[in-house]
Design a protein around this ligand. Sequence first.
Ligand SMILES: [Zn+2]
Length: 468
Amino acid sequence: MNPMRSRSRKFWIGAAVLATAAAVVVPARVWAADGFVAGASGLGDPFFPLGGNGGYDVTNYSLVLDYSPSTRHLDGTATITATATENLSRFDLDLRGFDVSAVMVNDRAASFTRDGQELVITPRTGLRSGRSFTVVVSYGGVPVVITDPDESIEGWIPTDDGAFVVGEPQGSPGWYPANDNPRDKATYDIKVTVPDGLTAMANGVLVSQTSSGGKATFVWRENSPMAPYLATATLGRFDFTQYQLASGLPVYIAVDPTLSTASVLNKLPDIVEFYSSIYGPYPFDAVGAIVDDAKNVGYSLETQTKPVFDRVPDEATLAHELSHMWFGDSVTLTLWPDMWLHEGFATWSEWIWSEHDGRKSAHQYFENLYNTPAQNTAFWTPPPGNPGTPVFLFNGTIYNRGGMTLQALREKVGDDVFFRILRDWATEQRYGNVTTSEFIALAERESGLSLQHFFDVWLYQPDKPTSW
Ligand SMILES: [Zn+2]
């Protein structure tokens, strides 16, 4: 994600809020006498404890959507293939809003109830641990836009000509039923029907594009594992172009025809090639960009394979979002408080692209920021490794001090070791979920140095680092 500078001030709220970090709710479980249990209603993330659910692992989402921009009505059928990880008498999906008309489990009608963001499903018979099962949820209604703890909006956000669809960190249940936790990655098939003249974009490769009866249908397939929050179905009036990189990688570009992107999107091939050269092979089988006119959103997002922009991005923002394909989308945090593993890396990636392009170096970016006085606590606090509350999930420190942490590491261990660390991180953890302590362990292994003090100072101490 990249908040626009004009709106990023709202993330600078001050240290007082740190003391009010939300209590962690550990979701309860209900045990049944026959050994079958109700899956947990959440996975206990410190910031979003009800995001995701216990007892199963999704392997594929197949979403069939039909949207009418004039009525803002979305009809959906989600077919979810999952494997039970416990003997389940009951399980939850996350879904916000909508009327649910039917739920089928393994082709048999299941009973269901709603409880906040939980869609609680009771199949006719228990689901055995280790077995695959399918859930079909039929739903419809006008999507409810979700407001985050930092007051930004997400989910299915209506635009003049369609919808801007973003899900970080908890917007995906605003348009499809999901196991909404970054730990449960799955492949996706997304089929979207819209009025003729509109284009529906989604993740992965375009499988087909057809038109009949005044409606156009776009079928997309994401073949690589994807966290639920990275899905999109952004649609509207778009100039839609396709081409291939020299490597054969398909590129899909959608631009709102009222906007002029000038030449910035022409940089995409060079940026992808450069990051591939330093971070290792591009992790997915498509790339691209969706440039919409949705300035009320106030940020862009690294939706997998095709970042979405709420306005024409500058080159740094384009580079930022493309770098997230490696750091965020392929290598994904396990818990939301580790957000610096996405945003610190993407911020530093902006700097190294600039340096590579013969402009300002990463060291110069570091120096300019480091000159910020220690008394400017809003700049230095909270420390990037411990945002403390979801209000600060996208705080400037997560980005700036996170990026500075990497540049400081680079200057401590030297370029050879540093670039090997980044490349091995992207390669060894490809499609995985990671923690900060795993990154520290890798950096220590590659450098042969004890880096506990270094990372403590940079990631966890609230004050401006002075010696490391
Ligand atoms: Zn970002």
